[in-house]
Design a protein around this ligand. Structure first.
Ligand SMILES: [Zn+2]
Ligand SMILES: [Zn+2]
Length: 128
């Protein structure tokens, strides 16, 4: 899996008659920065647009791992199901899967050099 950045934009018009969509509020999710820029420029150029707040949202895309690094399948009954955990991180977070049949612990997405995962509840990196 991997984290993808998207933008959630809301465009508000003063009156529905003045909006190309015929409604006063249009909400969109865009995945490409150029697309966001187009929408922002159009909103800025439109004198009837009263506000166009947008924010970055992160979405985890892709499939979860199906087996541990030793080849044990995560599918099946309770005997093979991994213990699932969540590791908060600056990137958005990581899914932690502890194999039920061996000591393997898979972290997905893989912790990168930019990551700052925290296991402690106070958000501090635990000192080894
Ligand atoms: Zn395993
Ligand atoms: Zn991370």
């Amino acid at each position: 899996m991997e984290w993808r950045t998207r933008w959630h934009i809301t465009v508000r018009w003063d009156r529905a008659d003045n909006s190309p969509a015929g409604v006063t509020v249009v909400e969109r999710v865009v995945e490409i920065p150029a697309e966001l820029r187009l929408m922002v420029n159009a909103a800025r150029a439109d004198p009837h647009v009263v506000a166009f707040p947008y924010r970055r949202v992160r979405a985890l895309v892709g499939d979860e791992p199906q087996h541990c690094r030793n080849g044990h399948s995560y599918a099946g009954g309770s005997a093979t199901r991994p213990v699932r955990d969540w590791l908060p991180c600056s990137c958005g977070g990581h899914l932690v899967l502890r194999c039920a049949r061996c000591p393997d612990v898979r972290v997905d997405p893989v912790v990168s050099a930019d990551c700052n995962p925290s296991t402690a509840s106070d958000g501090q990196r635990p000192t080894a």
